[in-house]
Design a protein around this ligand. Structure first.
Ligand SMILES: Nc1ncnc2c1ncn2[C@@H]1O[C@H](COP(=O)(O)OP(=O)(O)OP(=O)(O)O)[C@@H](O)[C@H]1O
Length: 462
């Protein structure tokens, strides 16, 4: 995995030089190489000559519509996820593109946060984040600190400190965005392994047929396309820590193999006869209830016991209401660092709105809300409107008329419509995401991505 690193290729189609530049820079920072096109014709010729992992197109182009590119990709059966950029206020365009096969849309002005989530989802780059830990632990200590002092988070932090001294497997539970990965990094950085690698793997993002080779590596010639030896996640984490996020998503066959590695402390790369010793501390996490998965036969009990030697529960932001302002302040300082106008203050109405809001997406959602508010506010003060918090279901019930009458901001309106459709499909399928995705006519991957973006958690979390 460290050798032979894939370079992702993206095709961006836009005739606005500024936007093209912004997209180019964002993708480059994520390690994606960009080919630019400014017309439909240029795009089709690029698609004919080169293979891309992602395509992003504006809807309005000098010689036609971005929709034509979406249709071309579908017609030719090209395996390229494509997303479209629609002008502010053109919901019909977004719907048409989704119907034609686009996996998502961005509306102008393009939110960088949304763009990054979209790129990660399309490229599966979240599947693995190999980080040399000297970087994680010493040069970026902020990313390994958990904010908050409420009793629930204080207890989690205490436990984290304690378990960092041992080598026992740790199982972290908590809602999406509640800091499970951050907790895992903290354990690693406080441990004696802190100058060794920390490898974070999103188990739900790896295609089933690639799992074994990704986890355990392979030898040159093990299968068609294996042109050189490649190490897997376990070898990359040797001496350090592996973080298995969304561990409940591992298929049963892979669970058996993982159990063996944990017990024997050895891996066998594909195409090799002998096993290689590995010394890796395992931390796992999921936002699902793993005990329920065991009961339903979706997760092996023996593996559950192996992983769950020590468990840590990350509290939701709702359980840390007293910390909301201090966390907000810290995040605002980080985000507005270097802004000429300094860090904006929160108005009284903004404070009330934050206190009333439920934050289903937890601290991650708070970060996103503040990033957007910084862009929308006047630079000096953040008002409640700048936060654009979607009312909770209860308050929707209190005042249906004005809520559903609002078609703007468009992005919020579309998000609400999307959220409702997904929740309805989930309810109809008893929260089976695969079946719900089928019902909605989207792929499982698109479903996961949309749920994550909209901050939708599964019920009965932990
Ligand atoms: N207590 C906290 N203090 C500071 N930042 C936090 C805290 N909790 C979460 N975050 C931030 O929120 C974002 C999401 O955190 P993280 O990825 O650790 O959550 P997660 O529980 O692993 O999410 P998921 O279940 O979706 O994988 C990150 O940017 C992280 O830094």
């Amino acid at each position: 995995m460290t050798k032979n690193k894939t370079t992702y290729q993206a095709l961006i189609i836009d005739d606005e030089p500024d936007l093209l530049e912004l997209l180019d820079l964002t993708l480059l920072r994520m390690g994606v190489e960009v080919t630019k096109a400014s017309t439909v014709a240029e795009a089709l010729s690029a698609l004919a000559t080169k293979q891309f992992h992602l395509c992003l197109t504006d809807m309005r182009l000098p010689d036609g519509e971005g929709l034509q590119v979406v249709e071309h990709i579908q017609k030719k059966g090209l395996d390229v996820p494509i997303a479209v950029i629609t002008a502010f206020g053109s919901a019909d365009n977004a719907v048409a593109a989704l119907k034609a096969g686009a996996f998502d849309y961005l509306s102008k002005p393009v939110s960088l946060e949304h763009l990054r989530t979209l790129i990660k989802s399309a490229l599966n780059v979240d599947a693995v984040k190999t980080v040399s830990t000297s970087k994680t632990c010493s040069s970026n200590p902020v990313s390994t600190t958990l904010l908050g002092n409420s009793p629930a988070i204080a207890q989690a932090k205490q436990l984290i400190e304690r378990v960092s001294k041992s080598l026992a497997p740790v199982y972290i539970t908590g809602e999406s965005g509640s800091g499970k990965e951050r907790a895992a990094r903290m354990i690693h950085c406080l441990s004696a392994r802190s100058n060794q690698p920390f490898v974070a793997v999103n188990c739900g993002a790896i295609p089933e047929n690639l799992m074994e080779s990704e986890f355990f590596g392979y030898k040159k010639g093990a299968f068609t396309g294996a042109t050189e030896d490649r190490e897997g996640f376990f070898q990359a984490a040797n001496g350090g820590t592996i973080f298995l996020d969304e561990v409940a998503d591992l298929p049963l066959a892979m669970q058996v193999k993982l159990l063996r590695v944990i017990q024997e402390k050895k891996v066998r790369p594909l195409g090799m006869t002998q096993e290689l010793p590995v010394d890796v501390r395992v931390i796992s996490a999921t936002h699902q209830n793993l005990a329920n998965c065991v009961e339903e036969g979706r997760f092996r009990q023996d593996l559950f016991y192996r992983l769950n030697v020590i468990s840590i529960r990350m509290p939701s932001l709702r359980e840390m209401r007293d910390d909301v302002f201090s966390i907000t302040e810290t995040i605002l300082h980080r985000l507005a660092d270097g802004y000429p106008s300094g860090v904006p203050l929160l108005s009284a109405s903004a404070k009330t709105a934050l206190l009333k809001y439920d934050f289903p997406g937890n601290v991650r959602e708070l970060e996103n809300v503040l990033e957007r508010a910084l862009a929308l506010c006047d630079g000096k003060q953040i008002e409640a409107e700048d936060l654009q918090l979607t009312p909770s279901q209860e308050s929707i019930g209190e005042d249906n008329s004005s809520f559903f009458g609002d078609k703007w901001p468009l992005q919020d309106y579309l998000d609400r419509v999307e959220k409702e459709a997904i929740l309805e499909a989930l309810q109809k399928t008893r929260f089976n995401r695969t079946a719900a995705a089928k019902l909605l006519g989207i792929t499982f991957r698109a479903m996961r991505y949309r749920m994550e973006r909209l901050g939708l958690n599964e019920p009965e979390n932990n």
